[in-house]
Write a protein that binds this ligand. Sequence first.
Ligand code: PMP
Length: 332
Amino acid sequence: MVKNSAINNSILELVGETPLIKLRNITKNFKGNFFAKVEAFNPGHSSKDRIALHIINDAEKKGILKKGATIVETTSGNTGFSLAMISIVKGYKCILAVSDKSSQDKIDLLKTMGAEVHVCPANVAADDPRSYYEVAKTIHKKTKNSVYINQYFNELNIEAHYRSTGPEIWKQTEGKITHLVAASGTGGTISGTGKYLKEQNPDIKILGVDAIGSVLKKFHETGEFDVNEIKPYKIEGLGKTLIPTATDFDVIDVYEKVSDKDAAFAARDIVKQEGLFCGYTSGAVMQATKQYDAMNFFDKDSFVVVIFPDHGSRYLNKIYNDSWMKNQGFLD
Ligand code: PMP
């Protein structure tokens, strides 16, 4: 069905088929042609609608998810919003373990969407009982008739993007895409989209975006989990301090790391130069694209697709707030 061409039975029919938009100004000094896949056009305003719906539909089909069930997940916010939204439409209860790095707006939003929210410390080891991974596992064990989505270690996360984001980009670019630049958190987006695109054309380069303070780039290069790479950082949803199995490292050609400050200014630039109100990781993707351009990854014929994962409204008290920027030392 062509989106918006007829009456929709629920907002869930509007997940996916997001637009690809030519970047007109922000990349004008880069070599190549640049297009943004703007995931804020999903009904839950992020790419996470795709995986949440795919995983829930799959569990229903397999009979794992039964009437009146509870959905449990760890989330930096976006997956939580998508799960809460889908739970309302489909009649499930939703319990979320959230990192305290998530903005207050995101936490309030999840509660507004009817979810039960447990806020957990971000700067503890993943296997610490206080971490949001362990808290979610405990809730799942204690709650009868519950399903743990487990996006970091769920193959269906990759499959959701393999079946939707990848084919959409291939079709929208009429097979002309030469490079994909995407953020890596759970790794589902970059792995699933990248896998599909490389199957269509093995020459397409898959360029990852990681955070300074995360272990992913080093692990990709050396196979080593280096704890010395780990330090606190502000960008939510980007990079990891564990190795998610939802990341297929073989699909990714290279990673580039970005700083909190550069990503914040890049997000503000996207707004100013393109009129696209995007989130913090969209800024990270834009900043990494700038770094890749400076390293001569592209030439004048390159057809580069960058994925902007979510909407700026979730960061009004962070990167779009001058006081927050001053408190971080990003603005004078
Ligand atoms: N951006 C944001 C805002 C996110 O919440 C996430 C996921 N945590 C990502 C990017 C990364 O996407 P993925 O998990 O598919 O790697």
